[in-house]
Design a protein around this ligand. Structure first.
Ligand code: FAD
Ligand code: MLT
Ligand code: ZN
Length: 484
């Protein structure tokens, strides 16, 4: 495991779980939703990367908002710390306990409450899995406004709590815009009904925004109202190679101009990322001649007119090829080929985990500067380390990953704080979309001013005075626990 958690002391003001607590939870939830089984706890205690590990003795699975409310009210009175967990696909150690926090998973709250075909507004419980929501919507001719590699396991409550970005952000935008309403339960059990279904509502402070991206530190999301989009009937995907990063940038600029309203994804990976995927994922193949190109770009279009969209994309690709921005490329001929192209890009996280240890950074940077950090990191770490760059180029979001067989503190010391200082110097963000979790709680100051962090801490104190909700995450230790 990584070494992050070992530097933290358990907050002594939290109680330790006893048998009376367990009996009480059984009264609220029934025996079978109070999990003490070792195997199931083992899974729930470890994050998706196998990097962060807690030692919780209890997993609770509420089936209603009322049950969530009763659990939290009890935990707050007893000062029992909790960690809200969704699909446990988070990449910053936010979804697993650090010590013995009680795990609360709303996965059984997975019902669709309503769908309005006129407005496209979907209301559902927070435990719904993203892919299931998308499958439900397809039957109505709609789609979710977000898509990510973890769609098969992540829950909409987890997506909202991390303000997940994903592959279609460039077209459909942030959950801060698409989430229209939220129901959340506060630490003391109060149910906050903010479950509006209106596009426009300027009646005072928009409190739901606080919960979007708060990573379970302010409340547990129980219901979500979200704006979905009509599913476009025509989809195209091009897998392209570029000779250098400047060409990728220019290609993006051109794509925004020339593809305009039909552009739905603009993703990139470098040759080191390609090599890693090919090495570690079975059945993945580079559709272009191997080992020649430095950068690969995926451009997706979604529209309503198949022949118009195809013509538009082909004309754009032809011009870009003639202009030297594209070195080579192929357009997917069917759905299977399109998913094999996406597999290369979406499979990167899995390939990194298969390759061993990974130091993962998720940076927002000015696009023209974005790849320089990868190059500088390579120089800094030397030839023996694998430094990968990929991500959501269209959004200025780089995923910088250092892949190695095992974790090594001397390598980590060369990466951090350098990577954060560099990002801060270029006025970037140290978390574009993954959140801060445990990994970056103490690093928030690289992207937020001291005054801003203080206001965040005051909000945390107001909504969760005992600090029981997802402790040790998001906010720095010295601010959360000044007496420690
Ligand atoms: P979890 O991992 O279980 O939890 C994440 C955080 O949210 C934790 O802090 C947890 O306490 C909190 N939380 C979960 N549920 C609730 C709730 N109901 N109420 C309050 N707090 C809650 N992220 C992106 O942004 N873009 C991507 O493209 C992307 N791609 C990914 C691809 C792969 C293969 C993987 C493994 C991860 C990817 N991620 C991506 C990261 C991750 O999937 C997202 O952050 C996702 O939104 C997390 O959802 P989850 O249900 O798994 O939440
Ligand atoms: C992605 O874009 O692939 C995800 O954010 C996951 C990752 O960074 O590995
Ligand atoms: Zn991403």
């Amino acid at each position: 495991f990584g070494s992050v958690a070992t530097q933290i002391q358990r907050n002594p003001s939290f109680s330790t779980l006893n048998s009376d607590d367990v009996d009480h939870f059984k009264k609220i939830l029934g025996e079978k939703n109070v999990i003490q089984d070792e195997d199931r706890l083992l899974t729930a205690n470890v994050d998706w990367m196998g990097k962060y590990k807690g030692s919780s003795k209890l997993l609770l699975q509420p089936r209603s908002t009322e049950e969530v409310s009763q659990i939290l009210k009890y935990c707050n009175t007893r000062c029992l710390a909790v960690v809200p967990q969704g699909g446990n696909t988070g990449l910053v150690g936010g979804s697993v306990p650090v010590f013995d926090e009680v795990i609360i998973n709303v996965g059984s709250m997975n019902h669709i409450i309503s769908f309005d075909e006129v407005s496209g507004i979907l209301v559902c419980e927070a435990g719904c899995i993203l892919e299931n929501l998308d499958s439900f919507l397809v039957n109505h001719g709609f789609m979710m406004p977000l898509d990510l590699g973890a769609k098969g396991s992540c829950q909409i409550g987890g997506n909202v709590s991390t303000n997940a970005g994903g592959l279609h952000f460039v077209r459909y935008g942030s959950l801060h815009g698409n989430v229209l309403g939220l129901e959340a339960v506060l630490a003391n059990g109060t149910v906050l009904d903010m479950l509006g279904t209106l596009r426009k509502d300027n009646t005072g402070y928009d409190l739901k925004q606080l919960f979007i991206g708060s990573e379970g530190s302010l409340g547990i999301a129980t219901k979500v109202s979200i704006l979905t989009s009509p599913k476009p009937s025509s989809k195209n995907l091009a897998f392209l190679a570029c000779k250098d990063y400047l060409s990728c940038q220019k290609l993006l600029q051109e794509a925004k101009r020339k593809l305009g309203e039909i552009l739905s994804a603009f993703e990139f990976l470098d040759s080191q990322s390609m090599e890693l995927v090919l090495t570690h994922l079975e059945g993945v193949r580079n559709p272009l001649p191997p080992s020649i190109y430095e950068f690969y770009v995926l451009i997706e279009t979604r529209g309503t007119d198949e022949s118009y969209d195809k013509e538009k994309l082909e004309a754009f690709l032809l011009r870009s090829m003639e202009g030297g921005l594209i070195a080579d490329g192929v357009v997917a001929q069917d759905i299977n080929q399109a998913s094999s192209f996406w597999r290369i890009r979406e499979g990167l996280s899995e390939a990194l985990v298969k390759a061993g240890a990974v130091y993962k950074y998720d940076l927002s940077l000015p696009i023209e500067k974005m790849y320089s950090i990868v190059e500088e990191m390579r120089l800094r770490l030397g030839q023996s380390e694998k430094v990968l760059g990929y991500g959501h180029l269209g959004d200025g979001n780089l995923h910088l990953n250092i892949s190695r067989p095992n974790y090594d503190d001397s390598v980590l010391a060369k990466i951090e704080p350098f990577v954060y200082e560099w990002t801060s110097k270029h006025r970037g963000s140290i978390s574009a979309e993954h959140g801060l979790g445990l990994m970056k709680a103490n690093e928030i100051h690289y992207s937020k001013s001291p005054q801003t962090v203080q206001v965040m801490a005051s909000i945390k104190k107001l909504l969760d005075p005992n600090g029981i909700l997802n402790p040790y995450k998001v906010l720095p230790h010295n601010i959360l626990y000044p007496e420690a």
